[in-house]
Every structure is written in structure tokens, then in C-alpha cells.
Write a new protein. Structure first.
Length: 235
């Protein structure tokens, strides 16, 4: 009995030492200056500050249990990656339409249940965006009544154009660049979709895709993600 007890104590001591040693490895996680903070009404910012700023801003505040390794390692790497995708402390330097697009992407990610990261939500239940908070974000981006459906004449023009287009059997099809200037790529059908954003304010859909690489690892001329807008033309 005595020796079993001793062995147990030793196991605990060794585990505690290991745990202590883990704390010595701390990848740096700094808060760079806030250079171009998001400009939005306080109620909108409050939602984002509560649920997103710990990863998507330069104002990361970690509760004590996130400061302890190995949780700290996970959070530190999440924050670094999150800031590259979306940083509310620097978003203001982007052109206004791009800021709006990012906010729509944020709303989409929340609606999908993808953000805040589910693993993070489990440990920080208060970070979950409630339906009421989501409604605040949507109302800010698309105030009730500001529904911008394309005018009927525009929509009516599109149908015959499309009919004429699909009738040209055999002839090589010339597809004009999209309204944002992105050219049509015949091999686009083989691309892999990374994310898509639905904007209910102007009824467009944005898609971020990446060219698939061949088995030989050849990724073609461009391996950069490309944004495409579909839906009613934005003229
Ligand atoms: C625990 C850290 C964490 C929190 C909190 C968090 N995110 Fe993220 N977010 C990430 C990471 C990591 C990525 C990049 C990897 C990925 O897309 O999963 C990301 C990516 C994103 C993207 C880009 C998605 C894409 O496909 O490019 C958006 C938009 C986003 N987050 C919105 C939000 C919003 C809105 C909130 C708050 C409601 C939020 N995030 C909260 C970690 C976080």
C-alpha cells in the first residue's frame, strides 16, 4: 500500500513538473497599436467587441485560463490567424465597400455558426452571438426598408440576353469580365470554393475560390484566392 501511494505521489510530481515546463514556452502575442478602428454605432461595436475582438483586433484580452499553456498556445495561434483574415483595429484603412463586404462576411460566418470558433465558444459561452445581437448587425448593414432589388427593367433585360447566349450552339462563347473586372476563366468550374458571402442588402453573392492543384502539385499560373461577385449586376 505504502509503495503504491509513493508511486502515485511521484506521478503527480512528474506531471506538475511537465505542466510547469510547458508554461516556459510562450509564443509572443502582442497588441499592436490600433491604427484604423472600425467606425460603427456603439451597439454594433459592442456585439463585435464582446464576441470577436479577442481574436479579430489588436485589443486581445485573455482571461487567466487562456494564459495557461496549452490553452495559451491554441489561442495565440488562433489570434494570429484571425487578425490576418479580419482585424477590426485596422479595418478602417480599407475602402468603404470592402469594409462593408467584410462585415457581411462576418454576419454570414455568425449565421453559419462558424464564428466565434465553436471550440472557443464552448470555453467562453458568453461569446456566442445571440439572435438579438445578430439582428443588430443585420439591421445596421441593411436597414429595414432599404431593400435594393434591381429595378424590374434591368431584370427583364437579363432574361432575353441569357436566352440568346445559350442559343449560340457550337460557337465559342465570349464571356465578358464581371462587373468588378474579374475575367471569366474557363477552368473556373474546377476551382475549390473557400467561402461565400450572401449580401441581402444588394442581393449579390461573393465567392472566394482557389484554383485546385493537379496531382503533380502544379497549381497553374495563379494560386491566389480570387473573389467573384454573382447575382444582379452592380452598376
Ligand atoms: C478564438 C478566436 C476567434 C474568435 C473569438 C472569432 N474568430 Fe473569426 N476567425 C478565427 C480564425 C482562427 C479565423 C481564420 C481561420 C478560419 O477561417 O477558420 C477566423 C476567420 C474569420 C473570418 C474570415 C473567414 C474566411 O473564410 O475568410 C471572418 C469573417 C470571421 N472570422 C468573423 C468572426 C466574427 C464576426 C467573430 C465574432 C462574432 C469571430 N470571427 C470570432 C478566430 C476567431
Amino acid at each position: 500500500m505504502q509503495s503504491r501511494y509513493k508511486a502515485f505521489v511521484w506521478v503527480i510530481v512528474v506531471l506538475l513538473c511537465l505542466f510547469g515546463a510547458m508554461q516556459l514556452y510562450r509564443p509572443a502575442l502582442t497588441n499592436p497599436p490600433v491604427t484604423a478602428e472600425l467606425q460603427a454605432p456603439p451597439e454594433v461595436k459592442q456585439v463585435l467587441q464582446n464576441s470577436c475582438y479577442s481574436c479579430h483586433s489588436n485589443e486581445t484580452k485573455l482571461p487567466w485560463f487562456d494564459q495557461v499553456a496549452p490553452a495559451y498556445w491554441i489561442v495565440a495561434s488562433d489570434v494570429k490567424e484571425a487578425r490576418q483574415h479580419l482585424n477590426f483595429s485596422e479595418i478602417g484603412k480599407l475602402p468603404a465597400p470592402q469594409q462593408k463586404g467584410l462585415l457581411w462576411e462576418a454576419v454570414n460566418q455568425i449565421q453559419l455558426g462558424a464564428m466565434p470558433l465553436p471550440s472557443y465558444r464552448r470555453v467562453h459561452p458568453g461569446s456566442t452571438v445571440t439572435p438579438e445581437q445578430l439582428a443588430i448587425l443585420r439591421e445596421y448593414l441593411n436597414p429595414a426598408g432599404a431593400n435594393q432589388y434591381p429595378a424590374a427593367p434591368d431584370a427583364n433585360k437579363a432574361a432575353p440576353q441569357y436566352g440568346a447566349w445559350i442559343k449560340q450552339s457550337g460557337a465559342p462563347l465570349q464571356v465578358k469580365p464581371e462587373s468588378n473586372g474579374v475575367e471569366f476563366l474557363p477552368e473556373y468550374k474546377n476551382w475549390k470554393v473557400l467561402s461565400s458571402t450572401d449580401r441581402i442588402d444588394n442581393h449579390t453573392m461573393r465567392e472566394i475560390s482557389r484554383q485546385r492543384c493537379s496531382d503533380q502539385g502544379d497549381c497553374g499560373s495563379s494560386d491566389q484566392p480570387v473573389a467573384r461577385w454573382n447575382g444582379p449586376l452592380q452598376r
